[in-house]
Ligand binder design. Sequence first.
Ligand SMILES: NC(=O)c1ccc[n+]([C@@H]2O[C@H](COP(=O)([O-])OP(=O)(O)OC[C@H]3O[C@@H](n4cnc5c(N)ncnc54)[C@H](OP(=O)(O)O)[C@@H]3O)[C@@H](O)[C@H]2O)c1
Length: 259
Amino acid sequence: MTQPDFSLAGKVALITGASRGIGEAIARCYAQAGATVILTARSDESLKDAVATIIQEGGQAMGIAAHSGDPAAVKKAIQNVESTFGGLDILVNNAATNPHYGPILAADDGVWDKILDINVKGYARWIRESAPLMDKRGGGKIINVASILGLGAGPSMGLYSVSKAAVLMLTEALAVELAQQNIQVNALAPGFIKTRFSSALWQDPAGETQLTQRIPQRRVGETEELTGLALFLASPASSFTTGSTFVCDGGHTAGRFKL
Ligand SMILES: NC(=O)c1ccc[n+]([C@@H]2O[C@H](COP(=O)([O-])OP(=O)(O)OC[C@H]3O[C@@H](n4cnc5c(N)ncnc54)[C@H](OP(=O)(O)O)[C@@H]3O)[C@@H](O)[C@H]2O)c1
């Protein structure tokens, strides 16, 4: 029996929101698997350390500043990737925001516009520019980082949950639309992972204990614990996997019904 192929040798991968946290961990993992990685975030300055770390580890990496909410910046970034590397094989949509903590009905139109523009339209924007390059290469992989809060409503995180549920449907709809181009589109739904994004929930020990009591594994995850799934979804091993959501949450979703 042949072994599954998890190599990314010769592949070009772009990871949005890769200056820190989950995006940085995925970029490091892909570089170690042989891909040339392009890291994006809002500024060149914030990308410097993550790019330098990957190069120090023997990988090939470049940073491109591009705000996911700016269509012209996204277009220019993808043009830059094509002219520098000749194409693109893998896109990880990971940059997201949560500008609102509280009831959905307390959010005004500006807050709605901001969260949907980055978390949903931003993902679609990167895919719109990337898919034609993948098509030229005969196929590709798109991984949308969603959240378990797209599968169920989080307390005071309802608006963010709405945006992440939209990411799951964007994933399914585009998986169907791009299947004939041999582009596989899947979603990764993390539970609580220790990053700056989630720091309000785990920073003080009392908050962390309260949170981890609801997680069957009784802890928050580390960014490296997501990279195995992210690698599978970017690699030839996932060639017949598309339109699916992969949860990584220490059992949080499975244990959500408290009797
Ligand atoms: N941490 C968790 O518990 C958790 C759980 C479920 C899902 N997620 C999801 O995982 C993804 C990554 O989260 P994280 O926890 O790794 O967050 P993080 O550590 O705060 O990192 C966010 C990254 O996104 C970049 N970014 C933010 N806004 C951007 C924009 N408008 N345009 C371009 N880049 C932008 C940031 O870079 P700059 O600030 O330098 O621009 C940074 O690189 C998000 O989609 C989040 O919803 C996280």
